[in-house]
Design a protein around this ligand. Sequence first.
Ligand code: NAD
Length: 278
Amino acid sequence: MTIPTLTLNSGHAIPQLGFGVFLVPADEAEAAVSSALEIGYRHIDTAAIYRNEEGVGAAIAASGIPREELFVTTKLWNDRQSGEQPHEAARESLDKLGLEYVDLYLTHWPTPEKDTYVNAWEKLVEIRDQGLTRSIGVSNHLPEHLDRIVEATGVVPAVDQIELHPALQQRDVLEWAAAHGTLIESWGPLGQGKYPLFENPAVAEAAAAHEVTPAQVVIRWHLQRGFIVFPKSSSPERQAQNFDVLGFELTDAEVAAIDALDPGDGSGRVGSHPLDVN
Ligand code: NAD
């Protein structure tokens, strides 16, 4: 199965469907990533704070898959944004992953109270220029944060990885991204299982119509909306199911029915608000 790719503003391609490892314990990460790679995933999303970069790296090394066929993302944690710390943090992540470069390095949260995210972004530009990452981007950045980092550096993030699922579509961030050529990565794409998404008629009826699971419908919705998505599951069966989403297509009406599930007042959020993380 060939996973579609999108082109980042760096010119590099990113597989639109990947595998995320948030909350995968360190001692389970190697097994989870190994089975994902066996299934065919080639895009892995981790972060320093997930404390499983060694396990991800071990799985990559054991897989024998040529480096250029893989797309690996990791993220700079919030307490390393000041001064030269991003440089140290990037090298530590590469050591743990056992890689010479990552494909994408992200500032994890803007943590606006500390006001160090512009410095972090300036250092990410240097880290990219040193060849330690192919592309750079951000996560959980709102338009006000995006404006500031672009104004300071003239460098537009390749992606913004934000909480995004049917009940929280962050349309202000999507508009900023579309206007600047930044791609959107959806985190918590299945709502982290925290609200009854799969029973919702818009999702359940599409699942019945295409003879697929509700999770497959939601992942397919992300892909058809043009988002990059990397659902997490430690179970090989669900990993395989989440990867098997290219054999059907939602109709425009089905996509529109899922688009309509965001109440528009932010109440669908299942994770932290970016202004509250410091
Ligand atoms: P998710 O929406 O992918 O939900 C994961 C949950 O859904 C798990 O409980 C899993 O058991 C369940 N699930 C997975 N596949 C299923 C299926 N086929 N059927 C039924 N249930 C299924 O949430 P997530 O893991 O938080 O998000 C995905 C990835 O996004 C993470 O692994 C991580 O890489 C990234 N992420 C980033 C941030 C950030 O701040 N940048 C925050 C959270 C997550």
